[in-house]
Design a protein around this ligand. Structure first.
Ligand SMILES: [Zn+2]
Length: 670
């Protein structure tokens, strides 16, 4: 049974000492009423904020001067306990502005050339004069000891169910301060090499996490602990396990985008830990007072968490006077009431996946949370309604029918050996660009030899089939193309590359944009051989950056060929739809989630959801063990279906935003 509460709020409270009357309008009844209105069963309340202040009479820190001794943390905890709402406690770790202005020498140094800003004092109020922002601290300095004492005090004073430490992702540990330089030297690394400081960051991160975990567990060995860095790093399972569970911060309008969460949660699901999806109530992001997203957006975001077996958390921010905003909890309540009605079908699940995707992020370490090759592949899989997982080199490969290596996954070392074992067992690979190369050669049999990067760019793809349902044409591919040569005449060439007359240069160019194609085929561009498929372009990153339909259709066609009749799910649901299929073994059933919403651009670079179109006549075909009934929940509406030759077929007449569909199995059949 799951332990992590399903409907959470993450309550921010970063409040300047220049504001008085903190918590002066806190009213236990109002606080409780809002939580009930929001169908909230856990709220992360605060003990220490980014400004550095404590919100209770602290012995290890200073209480916010505007609180005048009031124990706001304690009052919120008491309010929650009375109504059975769980309340982990937040402490800002990587940011503490009050401490920074006292100890700028403990500030994080982000580059070799960085100097800490000057500190000014005005009427006893200290501030850094460079800009109105928080300044990061280095947890490799004596500040760590101060933080450990603050955590211990909160644990001893309140015995909270959990603690949440913030601003402690790996980027927050990259530092060039004197302490970190000494760490580099003590680790026997070269202090003039930037890579040494990445190693030092990993060392400091572990040192910090161990110290906090030990301090908290010395008071309560079962306390829940989460160290938040804004993104779950793919490919570092040991980092994830420094937490008791995972909180996947991913505010679609706050810079993460709508396709970050599916990618993150599909990796989190591989780690055997409980997780939650954290979005926000804001129009934009954290720190926005008076910003609201449309209720339809929150309904969709919460449904997306449920579809992936993730508990939910919505970020909010309290007014300095200590009251919760009634409208915000009405907004949250709309989404959470819908969640509550279907939760029993959403947790304690095993996601079903035909395909797994390795990532550039997980292969090459911490690059960025949305690497274009990973983003493009993830979008293609989502839009194609494929059932897939995001994996790293430590996962079990054998359960997948196809593994995708997007664009640039080199396979030196153990990854190569594991993939070789996988294809020996009958698994298929899809490699593109320079993926699957070992010492410059393709390590798998795709029926072609890899000859290196083409000198032409852009180039063209000439399919041997009716792409887009049209007569084969020549499709521009803007990204890098790679030259190949057919080695196995029995390999299936789905299409060829074609080159332009010449590259566009100052001394010879043609038309407004780029040069047209020559009409002869150049080399196999998309080919399927014994071990799977090779696509001779960096096709996935191009989809993230250019987004043309032909790129996606090409990959979908290859995946369908590779999956053949082993594909678990087919549906008529359109590109913006999302489907997931989860097994609830204990209940002898599968649960299918169908979602549909259309994020659109509003303002400058803001992607929002407003309209929810009703989707009509969605057909599904699922390869599953015998099915006894198909029921729409929470409506409890049993719908007609057929089950023939191992395939269950049914149609959902209409749904808006999301539909949960329960497929009960015959007893003893599963
Ligand atoms: Zn440092």
């Amino acid at each position: 049974m799951y332990k992590l509460p399903q409907r959470q709020v993450h309550l921010d409270f970063h409040t300047s000492e220049c504001i008085d009357g903190i918590g002066s309008m806190f009213d236990k009844a109002q606080f409780q009423r809002c939580l009930k209105k929001g169908h909230v069963n856990s709220i992360t309340v605060f003990a220490k904020c980014h400004h550095g202040w404590a919100y209770f009479p602290s012995e290890t820190n200073e209480i916010h001067p505007g609180l005048h001794g009031f124990d706001l943390t304690g009052a919120m905890l008491e309010a929650c306990a009375e109504i059975g709402v769980a309340a982990p406690v937040y402490l800002s770790a990587g940011l503490d502005e009050k401490y920074f202005v006292e100890h700028p020498e403990h500030g994080r140094v982000g580059a070799r050339t960085q100097r800490q800003p000057s500190i000014f004092e005005d009427n006893g109020h200290k501030y850094a004069n460079d800009s109105p922002k928080f300044h990061g601290l280095c947890l490799n300095t004596p500040y760590l000891d101060v933080l450990v004492e603050q955590v211990k005090e909160v644990m001893e004073r309140y015995h909270p169910i959990g603690i949440f430490l913030d601003i402690v992702g790996i980027p927050h540990f990259r530092c060039y301060c004197d302490w970190c330089r000494k760490t580099v030297i003590s680790l026997g690394l070269d202090e003039t090499d930037d890579a040494s400081y990445i190693k030092a960051a990993e060392y400091t991160k572990k040192k910090y996490e161990d110290a906090i975990n030990e301090a908290a567990r010395s008071v309560d060995p079962n306390v829940r602990i989460y160290h938040n860095g804004g993104h779950l790093t793919i490919g570092e399972p040991d980092w994830a396990r420094q937490n008791t569970h995972l909180e996947l911060e991913s505010l679609p309008t706050g810079g993460w985008g709508y396709d970050h969460f599916p990618k993150s949660v599909k990796y989190a699901s591989q780690l055997g830990m409980e997780h939650l999806g954290m979005t926000g109530k804001f129009h934009l992001s954290w720190g926005e007072f008076g910003g609201f997203k449309h209720p339809n957006a929150l309904r969709y975001e919460v449904a997306l968490s449920l579809a992936n077996g993730s508990k939910c958390s919505v970020g909010d921010q309290m007014h300095p006077y200590g009251f919760l905003d009634e409208a915000t909890y009405e907004l949250i309540g709309i989404a959470y009431a819908e969640a509550e009605a279907v939760e029993e079908y959403c947790y304690d699940i095993d996601p079903v996946a035909d395909i797994a995707m390795l990532t550039v992020e997980g292969t090459y370490g911490d690059l960025k949370r949305n690497h274009p090759s990973d983003t493009g592949a993830n979008r293609m899989l989502l839009e194609g309604k494929y059932l897939y997982d995001i994996i790293d080199a430590y996962c079990d490969f054998s359960k997948y029918k196809v593994i995708i290596l997007p664009d640039m996954i080199g396979i030196e070392g153990t990854l190569g050996e594991k993939l070789a074992e996988y294809v020996k067992g009958g698994g298929k690979l899809l490699c593109s660009g320079t993926s699957g190369l070992k010492c410059g050669k393709l390590a798998f049999d795709f029926g072609v030899k890899f000859l290196g990067k083409s000198k032409y760019k852009p180039t063209y793809f000439h399919p041997e089939y009716r792409a887009l349902g049209l007569t084969p044409s020549n499709y521009v591919f803007y990204n890098n193309m790679y030259e190949t040569e057919l080695t196995d005449p029995s390999a299936s060439v789905l299409g060829y590359s074609r080159i332009p007359f010449f590259n566009r240069e100052a001394d010879h160019f043609c038309s407004h944009r780029h040069t047209p194609f020559v009409t002869e085929n150049n080399a196999p561009g998309v080919v399927i051989g014994k071990d799977g498929a090779y696509i001779a372009w960096d096709i996935f990153s191009e989809y993230a950056e250019v987004g043309s339909y032909i790129l996606k259709e090409t990959v979908h066609r290859v995946l369908d060929e590779l999956l053949g009749d082993k594909k678990t799910l087919k549906t008529s649901l359109g590109a913006q739809g999302v489907v997931t299929l989860n097994e609830q073994k204990a209940q002898n059933r599968h649960v299918l989630h169908a979602l549909y919403a259309t994020p659109v651009k509003r303002g400058s670079g803001v992607e929002i959801i407003e309209d929810l179109t009703t989707v009509l006549d969605t057909e599904f075909e699922l390869k599953l063990p015998p099915i006894k009934s198909v029921t729409l929940v929470p409506e409890n509406n049993e719908i007609p279906f057929t089950f023939e030759g191992g395939v269950c077929r049914f149609t959902i007449d209409k749904f808006t935003c999301k539909q949960v569909i329960v497929l009960e199995h015959e007893k003893g059949e599963k």
